[in-house]
Unconditional design. Structure first.
Length: 219
């Protein structure tokens, strides 16, 4: 990873990749450069030259998946949330015989299945991407509303907020915010030196509005 002015980013990356290439040759480790990817995180239209490994250019991509999170070049996380919604639909279809309208399970057991198997798919790495646009987060809230209706077999005229209140199901944004508070609190108290060196920032600054710690600010 390299940060800074766009005209210096490639130089710094190439300096590191050159050392990395020599180290891998020394230890007889072969990396397929055709499978390597790079993303330039910026709002600028002009992009710097491609970084190189073994003197072969690594093409820039609009997005890439890292540890299960899709990082797009503008960090909107729209692609990741769309992918998450698709995963939720897949899990929901598998569990439908158990949590669907015709299931004979009790409501408490249905809720337990939702909280144990579906909601973790929704919330994976949410402290990182929950600062995304409200319209993107709403797609996940909508998914939970649909599931809540299935769990309770509610008719169409009952509002979503009444269903969630009756079964004591937190709005997805509130649940994610609770996870974020615990996550960032754990970071602040972590003993790992590398974690302690992570730069801190003030989430209240206007230009930092879309940073993860903005979740800790009151709405």
């Amino acid at each position: 990873m390299s940060t800074g002015a766009s005209n210096n980013i490639t130089d710094e990356l190439n300096s590191y990749l050159d050392l990395l290439g020599k180290w891998m040759i020394s230890w007889k480790i072969k990396v397929n450069t055709d499978k390597c990817q790079s993303v330039y995180f910026s709002r600028r239209r002009n992009i710097p030259d491609n970084p190189k490994l073994y003197r072969r250019a690594i093409s820039w991509r609009d997005s890439n998946k890292y540890l299960g999170v899709i990082l797009d070049k503008r960090l909107t996380f729209k692609q990741h949330i769309t992918s998450t919604r698709q995963k939720i639909n897949a899990v929901k279809s598998i569990l439908y015989p158990l949590i669907g309208r015709k299931s004979k399970l009790s409501l408490s057991n249905k809720l337990l299945l939702h909280k144990s198997l579906v909601r973790p798919v929704m919330s994976y790495a949410s402290p990182v991407w929950l600062a995304a646009a409200k319209s993107n987060i709403q797609t996940l809230e909508s998914a939970q509303n649909i599931i809540a209706r299935q769990l309770t077999n509610s008719p169409w005229f009952i509002r979503n907020r009444y269903i969630a209140k009756d079964i004591k199901l937190q709005p997805i944004k509130d649940y994610f915010k609770k996870l974020a508070v615990n996550f960032f609190r754990a970071i602040e108290n972590h003993s790992n030196p590398a974690i302690q060196e992570i730069p801190r920032y003030d989430p209240s600054l206007p230009r930092k509005k879309r940073r993860p710690r903005t979740l800790l600010l009151p709405d």
